[in-house]
Design a protein around this ligand. Structure first.
Ligand code: 13P
Length: 338
């Protein structure tokens, strides 16, 4: 098969009715999740859990791509087929998380930057050889008293841009993920303001660096209420989210895939559905779908709890969540489908 262009891969990642499974929990993150459920934190258990998700019958109807972690892209199914090859054989694009996490920002209390890594170019080449066709780099913007600072937003957007440039030079589609966190008690208007500033800074940097926007996917937060703030309706979330994107995200970007960011499983579907209904009315230029971690996995992981006898039921739970998120990506989700 001939090599696909960046723009063809990006389009496949946001194919109609499909979205991305974020299964790239870092070693520290999966350890916490497993310990909570009493599952031993060992590489073989990580592999068994990921295999459960990837081999869930029918998942490929709703999932276009999977973000893997470094450990996972080196692992295989019980039959010995490397996960990346297994996913590709089902028409699911394998991707890889390449950022190496956050660190406190010098001189900026409460703010963090994503660590830069000089081996990134070499790692991208290796991941490509292992089958990855897209990557993910996450930066985090905290909202609080007096933060975020302009410097924090700028520093993070610059590393995202340098990462995106290196990905494209290596034939890999970059998912750029600037996550404005839900943590805190700020209003949705404050989320709007910070998301707006972050996205306009990001796209101005990407353009300056000549990153090909048709071969890139944006993974943002929704413009949403905070975890301890007052909740607002999905219609308001949709209005504010699309208004913010209209002013900041160029139409050449083929797709926007949301992170769930702490929203519950149903909430993440209700809000995505409202966004897609309104986007249809407004003729928005981008595909708007999901790249959820927690909102696709929480119930399935809990049900599994490391026990082989729970595997089939957990696969059904995961496939059902993927089906509901898919419906929401088409504006066809209804709460009765839960
Ligand atoms: P959540 O959907 O759990 O926020 O995770 C998505 C993700 O990939 C964060 O980087």
């Amino acid at each position: 098969m001939s090599e696909q262009t960046l723009s063809q891969i990006a389009k496949a990642m946001v194919a109609n009715g499909k979205g991305i499974l974020a299964a790239d929990e870092s070693s520290g993150n999966i350890k916490k999740k497993f310990e909570k459920l009493g599952v031993e934190d060992m590489s073989e258990n990580h592999r068994r859990y990921r295999e459960l998700l990837f081999t869930a019958p029918g998942m490929e109807k709703y999932i276009s791509g999977v973000i893997l972690f470094d450990e996972t892209i080196r692992q295989a199914t019980s039959d010995g087929l490397p996960f990346a090859q297994y996913l590709s054989s089902k028409g699911v694009v394998p991707g890889i998380k390449v950022d190496i996490g956050l660190k406190d920002m010098d001189g900026h209390v409460g703010e963090q930057v994503t660590k830069w890594d000089d081996t990134l170019d070499a790692r991208l080449k290796e991941y490509y050889a292992l089958g990855a066709r897209f990557a993910k780099w996450r930066v985090v913007i905290n909202i609080g008293a007096g933060i975020p600072s302009d410097e924090c937003i700028e520093t993070n957007c610059k590393t995202l841009t340098e990462y995106a440039r290196l990905c494209q030079a290596n034939g890999i589609v970059p998912i750029v993920e600037p996550e404005v966190l839900m943590d805190g008690d700020h209003t949705i208007d404050r989320c709007y303001e910070v998301t707006h500033k972050t996205l306009s800074t990001l796209f101005s940097e990407l353009k300056k660096a000549n990153v090909d926007l048709s071969g890139l996917i944006l993974k943002p937060n929704m413009v949403v209420y905070s975890s301890n703030g007052e909740k607002v309706s999905a219609d308001i979330v949709a209005q504010k989210t699309l208004q913010c994107f209209k002013e900041t995200v160029p139409a050449e970007v083929p797709g926007i895939v949301f992170l769930s960011g702490g929203q519950s499983e149903p909430e993440s579907c209700v809000n995505l559905n409202a966004i897609n209904k309104l986007a249809k009315e407004q003729n928005s230029p981008w595909k708007l779908t999901f790249s959820y971690g927690r909102a696709l996995q929480n119930s399935a992981l809990k049900n599994w709890s490391g026990k082989e006898e729970n595997k089939i039921k957990s696969q059904e739970i995961f496939a059902h969540r993927a089906q509901l998120a898919s419906a929401a990506s088409l504006g066809e989700y209804k709460i009765e489908m839960e």
